[in-house]
Design a protein around this ligand. Structure first.
Ligand SMILES: Nc1ncnc2c1ncn2[C@@H]1O[C@H](COP(=O)(O)OP(=O)(O)OP(=O)(O)O)[C@@H](O)[C@H]1O
Ligand SMILES: [Mg+2]
Length: 262
């Protein structure tokens, strides 16, 4: 039977009267990579932060493996791995030390550190300081840290933003190789990433999900069997991610990522 690991129902979030989420609902099953796709400010990070228990919703419900996140927050946290949009490694520690720190917090054995180092192909660099790593190596280490305690649900806020095509591919392949063990939720505004990595996609606009499904299902919605995700997105939202990518927030974000990794 398919295991429903994440259920989001009628989720709303108001920031001082501003409605960032206007009642969104979706589900993610074990073995699935689900993508929240939308332009800057659509509400992707707000959604993932609520699911991770970092901020509370204004109303609505989140269930992880069938249990509401409010019921037993400590147990729920042990079932989630979360990689935020901003950096989450300690740059002046080595890869091994970063994993060891997380391992201690979760009470995970040292064997698991080597297992994860191997999985992300960093055994040879395990003693190098993270500040000497490339962007792709850092992002993979962050994902490995989030997976140390074998969570049921992995939450990744823009896993490959600012990375070169090879580094992106390496992260996508890594996630695909691990997805059978859990449910993965990612946010992205990268069409290519959503199309190549995600089994299902929810298109977000101004705090709402305006369409969701597999690429095939989204194609059916616009009645074009050959449409690219970009064509679907433009037709359904009236927005272009390309136009939006040059706004000040986006430029600042990319610069911050470049700065943090260099
Ligand atoms: N702490 C906050 N206080 C007030 N408004 C906020 C806060 N956090 C987010 N917002 C607003 O809520 C909306 C959704 O923001 P959010 O960060 O969730 O979007 P996003 O889809 O992740 O965007 P991006 O692609 O830029 O990361 C935006 O209009 C944002 O300005
Ligand atoms: Mg965001």
């Amino acid at each position: 039977m398919e295991e429903l690991l994440l259920e989001v129902k009628s989720l709303r979030k108001n920031y001082n009267g501003f409605e960032a989420l206007k009642g969104i609902s979706f589900e993610v099953k074990k073995g699935e990579i689900f993508g929240l796709l939308g332009t800057n400010g659509a509400g992707k990070t707000t959604t993932i932060k609520i699911i991770a228990g970092v901020i509370p919703p204004t109303s609505g419900e989140v269930r992880i493996a069938g249990e509401p996140i409010t019921k037993n927050p400590i147990k729920i946290k042990s079932q989630i791995g979360y990689v935020p949009q901003d950096i989450s490694v300690i740059p002046n520690l080595s890869a091994y030390e970063n994993l060891r720190l997380i391992g201690k917090l979760y009470g995970v054995s040292k064997d698991r550190i080597f297992h994860m180092l191997k999985a992300i192909d960093l055994v040879d660099r395990k003693d190098s300081l993270v500040q000497t790593f490339s962007g792709g190596m850092i992002r993979k280490l962050e994902i490995a840290m989030a997976m140390m305690h074998e969570p049921k649900l992995l939450l990744l806020d823009e896993p490959s933003v600012g990375l070169d095509p090879n580094a992106k591919l390496s992260i996508w392949n890594f996630l695909k190789s691990k997805k059978q063990e859990m449910a993965i939720l990612i946010t992205t505004h990268d069409m290519n990433e959503a199309e190549r990595l995600c089994d299902k996609i929810a298109i977000m606009k101004k705090g709402q999900i305006i369409a969701k499904g597999t690429l095939e299902e989204l194609r059916d919605m616009i009645g074009n069997k050959n449409a690219s995700l970009e064509e679907i997105f433009i037709q359904l939202t009236g927005e272009s991610l390309e136009d939006n990518s040059q706004d000040i927030k986006s430029i600042r974000k990319t610069r911050n990522i470049v700065k943090r990794l260099s």
